[in-house]
Design a protein around this ligand. Structure first.
Ligand SMILES: Nc1ncnc2c1ncn2[C@@H]1O[C@H](COP(=O)(O)OP(=O)(O)OP(=O)(O)O)[C@@H](O)[C@H]1O
Ligand SMILES: [Mg+2]
Length: 225
């Protein structure tokens, strides 16, 4: 599903954020990306959701090289993936329901269909009973569950989460990761970056370790080390 071929990313002249990365991720996989601060985890993810472009090399998703996608094609690409952020990025003046519905309201689908999809997504993350709450009335773990519902409401084949539990305590972190695991079991490819060794050791998924912009370890059913 995803292929990185000789991908290098430099933000400045001599600083390699990613250096000659080659990587294949198959449809349906669950992958942890780990590595020290500055190793290149967020950069790898930003290349996938096209917030950054590689300096050289190619990134393909489903056979399409997204490395040099023109700006007008990016919305189409983003519709094929859900993105979850460490800081949730919720709209503070909108309810849980409206945060999840916001993007799909622009797609020209009926309000009945919108309601069905939002309800389905909120039930997957266990927050349907809080659909009228504002983000400020939710715990961090609940806010992240809204972020996940928003990411999956459009039924994307791919979910990308950059340190989704970075602001959460161990209990909430585990709950969030369990939700991501359940989403993966529905057939969605899930890529998660994390610093949380307890979580990586608990789930025993594929673990890819970055160090100074390069992949130094890539193992199935791995641990944090
Ligand atoms: N917008 C930018 N401009 C310049 N340099 C950047 C930019 N974004 C990242 N970098 C540099 O690229 C390298 C990789 O950064 P990246 O954010 O991908 O690391 P990370 O593994 O996500 O780190 P963390 O665990 O702290 O989130 C670092 O050296 C960082 O300073
Ligand atoms: Mg990062």
């Amino acid at each position: 599903m995803i292929k990185f071929r000789n991908v290098t990313k430099k933000y400045t002249k001599d600083n390699y954020a990613l250096k000659n990365v080659n990587l294949d991720i198959l449809s349906g996989e669950f992958v942890f990306i780990i590595g020290a601060s500055g190793a290149g985890k967020s950069t790898l993810m930003k290349l996938l959701y096209n917030e950054e472009h590689p300096t050289s090399g190619s990134v393909t998703i489903g056979g399409i090289n997204i490395a040099n996608l023109s700006n007008d094609k990016i919305p189409n690409l983003r519709r094929c993936m859900g993105i979850v952020f460490q800081d949730y990025k919720l709209l503070q003046n909108k309810t849980v329901y409206d945060n999840v519905a916001y993007v799909i309201r622009t797609l020209g689908i009926s309000s009945k269909e919108i309601n069905a999809r939002v309800t389905g997504a909120l039930k997957i993350v266990g927050l349907f009973n809080k659909k009228h709450a504002l983000p400020s009335e939710l715990s961090g773990g609940e806010q992240q569950r809204v972020g996940i519902a928003r990411a999956i409401v459009n039924g994307p084949p791919l979910l990308i989460a950059d340190e989704p539990t970075g602001n959460l305590d161990p209990k909430n972190s585990m709950e969030i990761m369990q939700i991501l695991d359940q989403i993966n079991q529905r057939g969605i490819t899930v890529i998660v970056s994390t610093h949380d060794n307890a979580i990586v050791n608990h789930f025993r998924k594929r673990v890819i370790t970055l160090d100074k912009g390069g992949i130094v370890r890539d193992i199935q059913a791995g641990t944090y080390e």
